[in-house]
Each structure stands twice: as C-alpha cells, then as structure tokens.
Design a protein around this ligand. Structure first.
Ligand SMILES: Nc1ncnc2c1ncn2[C@@H]1O[C@H](COP(=O)(O)OP(=O)(O)OP(=O)(O)O)[C@@H](O)[C@H]1O
Ligand SMILES: [Mg+2]
Length: 584
C-alpha cells in the first residue's frame, strides 16, 4: 500500500478512502438520500400549512390525508437513512482504527533496531491508544461533516427556491464570517498538538511508574510520582477546557447570528416582499435548518481540526517506520562451519563510539568468551553478531561470506540468544519456550530445560510448564528467569549460541551444571559467551577482551591454551581473509 500523505484533511480523507472506499461511497449515497427525503418533507410543508388554513389553498394542493401520508413516508425514509449512516460511520471508524493499529504494530515489529532503540515505549503506546482513539473520533466527525454538508446544501436549495434574494443576503453574512472560522481552525489544530504533547507526558509517567514501582516504593517516592501525574493531567485538562470554551463561544455566536438573520429575514420577507404566510414559514424553517447545519459544520470542522494532529502523529510514525524497516529477508546465509569474522567493525550508538575498528575471529564449534569492563561494548558486539545492528564501517563474514542487511533476518534463524535482561512474556513457561520454535515437542522442551539446569526447578513450580511467568517474568526469581531464557535459546537447536551475561544471577553449583552442558554442546554449535566471571572465562577456547570499544587483548582461553596465539594492547588478529562467493 502506498504511504498516505502525512498532513491535513486531504491526508485523512486519502487514508480513509484507501481503507474504506466502498463504505465512504455508501455513506455519501445514504447522506444524499436522507437529505433529499428531508428536503422533500420540507417542501410538502407548504401544501400542508395551506390545508391547515395558513394562506390560500391553490388548485394544485392535494387533500390533507395524502399530504400527511407523503410527509410521514419521507420522514421515515430520512430516519432510516440516518440510522444506516450512523452505523456505517461507526463501522468505518472502528475498521480504520483497527487497520492503522495493525499496520503500526507490524511496522514496529520490523523496525530497524537502531531506530527502535531510539523510541520511548510510552510514546508508542500513547500513539496506539490515545492518538488512534482521537483519530477514530476525527474520522467520525469528518464523515458527519460530509453528511451535514448534504443537509445544508438541500436546505439551501429550498430556501433559494422560496426566496433567492433573501438566501443570498443570508449567505453573504455567513461568508463574511469565514476569516474568523479559519482563525479558529488554526487555533484548534494548535490546541490539538499541545494536547497530544500533554498526553505523551502523562502516559510516560504511568509507564515509568509501572516498570519502576519497586524503586518508587523502596525510596518512598510515591507522593512525588503522584504529584507529577496530577500536574501532567492538570496541564492536559487545562488545554481541553480552554479549547472547549473557545469552541462553545464560537458556537453560541454563530447560532445567535443565525437566529437574528432568520428573524430579520422573516420580517423582510412578509413586510417588504409581501411573501405569503405558508411560504414564509417554510422559508423560515428551511433557512433555520440551513443555519443550524452551517453552525454544526463550523463546529464540526473545528473539532476535526482539533483532533487532526493525533491522526497526523500516527500516520507520520507509520510512514517513518515503514521507510525504516529492516530490509526484506534475502537468501539465508549458511550456518558457520569454519568461523565468524569481524573485520574493522565500528559502531556509533547515539553520541558514543561503542565499537572501534574491531578485528576478531570466532571459530566455529568452539567456545569464545568476550570479556571487558562495563560499557566496553560487549552487548553492542552481540547485537552486531545477531545482525540487529549494522556496523557503520567494516563487515561480518560467515565462513568468508559477508553478512549483508538482507540476510540478517534469516541469519538469526541459526542463532539462539540469551539477552542480558532475560525477558519472559506474561505467558506460560511452555509458551515462552516455544517462542524459539513453535513446533518443539514436549520432550524437546524438557531436554532444553535439562541442559539449562532448569528441569527440576520447573517440575517444582505449582503448574509446571503451565506456570505463568508474569509481566517480564516478574513471578520468577532472577536466576530462574536466566535458566529459562537459556532453555529457550536451546529449544531453537541453534548453530550459534550467544549468551550475554546469561549466568550472572546463578549460584556456583548451577553455573557449573550449565558449563558442563556447554562443554558438550560445543561440538554441535558455535558458542559466544559474554561474561565477567573467571569461571565462565575459564571454559573458553578463545578469548576477546574489549575495552572502550576496542580489542584490548585476544587469544586462547584457558580451555584452548596451547592451540592458538594471542596479543595484548591493540594487537588484533591478522586481517581475516574474504572468500569469493555470492554477494562478495
Ligand atoms: N541504546 C543505546 N543508545 C546509545 N548508547 C548506547 C546504547 N546502548 C549502549 N550504549 C552505549 O554504548 C556503549 C557500549 O555499551 P554496551 O551495552 O555494549 O556495553 P557492555 O560492555 O555490554 O556493558 P555491560 O557489561 O555493562 O553490559 C556504552 O558506552 C553505552 O553507554
Ligand atoms: Mg552488556
């Protein structure tokens, strides 16, 4: 689907039309029918009033029964079409908002990792909830606006037939009000933008409180957080009230002007133009309806303008995320059988040079440990190996073949990854493990749990594999989460296993059992361990020491000593060879 233009009513109409062309056409048709029925009902009022004795009866006027029946039928038609229109408008709103939600969610899931990391979670949820809610209201009001235009046009037509001169005079008065209306629309947009900003601030406070509640309680900061939230809401409320007051003032002004214009018109029509009473009353009715419709239109327009910034925020995000998606998956690169090499890899994260000119070799079917002080760039290197982050310069070679952006998504199929924060979803342990491989059998789940020294722990839980982990795994201990995260990585049956501080929360005995498993697994897979603890580093066949984003030292680990060389103080391994092959 083509990205929609990002701003203004045209963008809203284009997006709505892109989504529900048929529904929009149906709404337009129903509106015309309903307005035509209403108009015809009004025209029938002239003979009706004459029959009732208001004005002279002409030979064309039919009997009271016929006129009343015709009038009732028309009113019933108008009522039925109004009902159909209301249902269609609601359906259009709900479908459009759901469609935008799904498209935004899809785009978020495929977003370039660096862009994703620059987002604030609460902003995203605010767009998906508050902004899209307001977008729904905006679409609904816009559709009502279009319907109102139909009613106004038909009333205008009738008033013109009854008295062209008076209608023209009245219309001129309304047109004279246009500059005021335009100014109000601009103010409404401005109010809308400020409201969107205020909503983001309030949402951010709740999101932070949800994740940081333990800290808030621990430090007794409840009152401070509560005051912040109240003050954010008060700011938002002030903006809403200011807008509502302005809108109500303008609405009252237009309605008062409309009544004054109708009354003056009626006096002029009867006294100066000598219009017959029945026609004058119907003119007043038609003109009154038109004035009301115009008042509703300008109020509706102002509200659409006020809600529009939310739609614009959502659609701009959608366009930006779609443009910044990870490239579509190309041919899958092979699993490494020789080595993974990093050639002069550099990476900037924000304003930090996280990695500089990294040259390193990770041999296949061996354990490579990456160590170094906090902030040295270890997790950044893991993100590069996963193909989540792309180096600014340099490249990754799998058995000599470059890992290009198009291969990254498929490359990850080879990888089992345990992130530093061992995240679990609010779901059963079984569902959390099957995230890595949805078709894994029960037996395979238990094998992975065994290897991760987690099988006894899961058996001991009240619901075993059906035990629900809680938000982010909060219903389990840190060490339990880590073991389940490792089991999940193993369920995938990976060719490359990347563990980022995966045993940092475990006791020595449990860590030893996991090390035994890794020792056995290294014949089947390439293992990269990011760790601080000497016990883990001891197991490594190869060691890469990072400091300040550079390779400070490299060489054989304790397990591989005697087989490889090494270096220190900026002596990287020799430049790796690049094999010729597809994409090289
Ligand atoms: N999302 C990010 N945006 C900007 N800078 C980041 C981001 N993540 C990490 N950094 C910066 O990149 C540098 C390397 O961070 P990284 O997480 O790779 O370190 P690390 O070696 O894994 O540290 P630790 O042992 O504490 O986990 C740090 O200076 C850090 O501040
Ligand atoms: Mg880290």
């Amino acid at each position: 689907m083509n990205p929609a233009p990002a701003t203004g009513i045209p963008a809203l109409i284009a997006t709505t039309a892109q989504h529900g062309r048929a529904r929009l056409a149906a709404i337009a048709l129903i509106t015309l029918l309903s307005a035509a029925a209403e108009g015809a009902g009004l025209v029938l009022m002239v003979p009706l009033l004459r029959i009732l004795g208001v004005g002279p009866i002409t030979p064309h006027d039919t009997g009271l029964g016929v006129v009343l029946a015709g009038y009732l039928i028309l009113v019933a038609c108008a009522a039925l079409s109004t009902r159909a229109r209301t249902v269609s408008i609601h359906a259009l709103r709900i479908e459009l908002v759901d469609d935008l939600k799904c498209r935004l969610h899809d785009a978020l899931l495929r977003l370039d990792w660096a862009v994703f990391q620059s987002l604030r979670g609460s902003d995203v949820t605010d767009v998906l909830s508050a902004d899209l809610n307001r977008t729904g209201q905006c679409v609904e009001r816009l559709a009502a606006l279009l319907a109102g235009t139909g009613t106004a046009a038909i009333s205008l037509g009738i008033a013109t037939v009854l008295s062209p001169a008076l209608t023209l005079a009245a219309l001129t008065l309304f047109i004279a009000l246009t500059p005021i209306l335009r100014r109000q629309s601009r103010r409404a947009v401005d109010f809308g933008r400020r409201e969107t900003g205020a909503s983001r601030s309030a949402q951010a406070i709740v999101a932070d409180d949800l994740t940081g509640l333990r800290l808030i309680r621990g430090f007794g900061a409840e009152q401070d957080r509560s005051d912040r939230y109240r003050s954010a809401l008060a700011g938002q409320r002030r903006l809403q009230m200011d807008f509502l007051k302005e809108a109500a003032n303008a609405d009252s002004l237009v309605r008062a002007l409309a009544v004054a214009a109708s009354a003056t018109g009626l006096v002029i029509a009867i006294r100066i133009f000598g219009m017959e009473t029945a026609r004058a009353l119907v003119f007043l009715l038609a003109f009154g309806r038109m004035a009301q419709a115009i008042a509703r239109l300008q109020d509706g327009w102002r509200r659409v303008a006020n809600l529009l910034p939310s739609f614009e925020a959502a659609i701009m995000l959608l366009n930006e995320w779609t443009a910044r998606a990870e490239p579509p998956a190309g041919p899958p690169p092979p699993a490494p059988s020789r080595d993974i090499r990093l050639c002069r890899v550099s990476l900037r994260r924000g304003r930090t040079q996280a990695l500089s000119e990294i040259d390193a070799v990770i041999p296949a079917n061996a354990i490579t440990a990456i160590a170094g002080p906090s902030g040295a760039g270890k997790s950044s290197l893991a993100d590069i190996l996963l193909g989540l982050l792309r180096p600014d310069t340099g490249q990754i070679l799998i058995d000599g073949h470059p890992l290009d952006p198009g291969s990254s998504a498929n490359w990850r199929h080879h990888i089992g990854y345990v992130p530093q924060d061992s995240f679990l979803f609010h779901d059963s342990i079984r569902a959390n493990l099957r995230l890595a491989r949805p078709d894994a059998t029960e037996e395979e789940l238990w094998t992975a749990l065994d290897l991760a020294a987690a099988a006894d722990m899961v058996r001991g839980l009240p619901d075993g594999l059906d035990h629900v982990a809680g938000d982010r795994g909060e219903r389990l201990s840190g060490g339990q989460r880590q073991r389940l995260a490792l089991a999940r990585a193993l369920v995938r049956r990976p060719s490359v296993l990347i563990l980022d501080e995966a045993t940092a929360a475990l006791d020595a005995g449990t860590e030893d059992r996991i090390l035994d498993s890794l020792r056995n697994l290294k014949r089947q897979m390439t293992i990269v361990i990011i760790a601080h603890r000497p016990r883990m580093l001891h197991e490594a066949d190869h060691l890469i020491l990072l400091d300040g984003g550079r390779v400070a030292a490299w060489g054989a680990g304790a397990a591989g000593r005697g087989r490889a060389g090494g270096g220190r103080g900026g002596a990287p391994p020799p430049p790796p060879a690049v094999a010729a092959g597809p994409g090289v």
